[in-house]
Ligand binder design. Structure first.
Ligand code: SF4
Length: 346
């Protein structure tokens, strides 16, 4: 299958990934032919509704799909030139933290409540950078200062920090070993809007300072507009459209992408009512034949419920997986150019 963005200067490449979760009663097809590229020094926004497979994708990059139920049925993930699925658990321990690390969405459950925040960061540094206890403690204080927390607070416990400060601690933990790729899974969901803006700004600055790449997993197109260079729109375990920020915001081509934008308030037209996408994400244990979006798609044609659509490339950076473009590059959507101001409704 054709790769969905160009792979020059790629740090992370996911090729035709299929992941199933198998139980006695059903097979959940969580990831279905996913192609994705994160370029060096860039931030890719992975966007979609809850249940699209975004977090499963992140766990696959870390080679943390729970076995034996979770099965990599097909596909390949290459991170910084390394084939992730060929690694032993010991090798993966080295890659996690050093090459890739992840910030989870809920700081309340991601921090150890009975360890000081300084000790939690120092522990990561001792394991991954082999620093001595004293050097790791000093470095942990520096990391806290990098994220705007006084180093002296390293002796405090998570419950002594506010929600926004806890999220900063998680960022410090994620960045402690200066990974090449930072995966941030809805990192500001638990925060109020003002703190969210500060934390996003901080992540953007640190990403630039450390020359990292970032995979920003979110359902919020406002966050994408603020921090991302490139965007991949995910539906039912596959990427349905990808491109630069401008490709997706100004030249969107896929009906699902259009639906996400239509479900946002339009700041230029306050009288227009929101138009959420009708229906539900399909049950991954019972995916529809053909295009998995066809039961919800206003543009569906007979072919859409029979055959999986091909990926159509509009430019070097912009692709969409849809039958509408079988014979044309022209935009077939009814609406364009929404300016997002808030999150996508879930
Ligand atoms: Fe809609 Fe058909 Fe395109 Fe799927 S392939 S998004 S059903 S037009």
């Amino acid at each position: 299958m054709e790769e969905i963005t160009n792979t020059n200067n790629a740090l992370l490449e996911i090729e035709d990934l299929h992941i199933h979760f198998v139980s006695k009663v059903e097979t959940v097809k969580a990831i279905n032919g996913l192609n994705l590229v994160v370029h060096k020094g860039k931030t890719l926004g992975l966007v979609g509704e809850t249940g699209a497979g975004k977090t499963t994708t992140a766990l696959a990059i870390l080679n943390m799909i729970a076995k034996p139920q979770g099965r990599i049925v097909a596909g390949r993930i290459t991170l910084d030139g390394e084939d992730i699925f060929s690694k032993t658990e010991d090798q993966m321990e080295g890659i996690r933290g050093n090459t890739v690390s992840m910030i989870f969405q809920d700081p309340m459950t991601s921090l150890n409540p009975v360890m000081t925040v300084g000790d939690q960061i120092a522990e990561v540094l001792q394991i991954h950078k082999k620093l001595s206890k004293t050097a790791a403690a000093k470095e942990a204080q520096k990391m806290l200062e990098t994220v705007g927390i006084p180093g002296a607070r390293s002796v405090e416990y998570p419950h002594q920090f506010s929600g926004g400060m806890k999220q900063r601690v998680l960022i410090a933990l994620g960045l402690a070993c200066t990974p090449k790729l930072l995966i941030a899974d809805e990192p500001t969901t638990a925060l109020d809007v003002t703190i969210q803006a500060q934390v996003l700004e901080l992540m953007k600055d640190l990403k630039d300072q450390m020359n990292m790449s970032m995979l920003m997993i979110t359902h919020d197109l406002g966050i994408v507009a603020e921090v991302c260079d490139e965007v991949a729109v995910m539906y039912a375990g596959a990427i349905v459209e990808s491109g630069t920020l401008e490709d997706i915001f100004d030249r969107k081509r896929h009906p699902y992408t259009e639906g996400l934008f239509n479900s946002l308030p339009d700041v230029n037209n306050r009288t227009q009512s929101l138009k959420p996408i009708g229906g539900q994400m399909p049950n991954p244990a019972d995916l529809p034949q053909g295009c998995s979006f066809h039961p919800r798609c206003e543009y569906a044609m007979p072919k859409c419920s029979q055959e999986e659509p091909p990926t159509h490339r509009f430019s070097e950076t912009h692709c969409a997986k849809c039958w509408l473009y079988e014979n044309t590059d022209q935009c077939m959507l009814a609406s364009q150019d929404y300016v997002p101001s808030q999150g996508v409704s879930e």
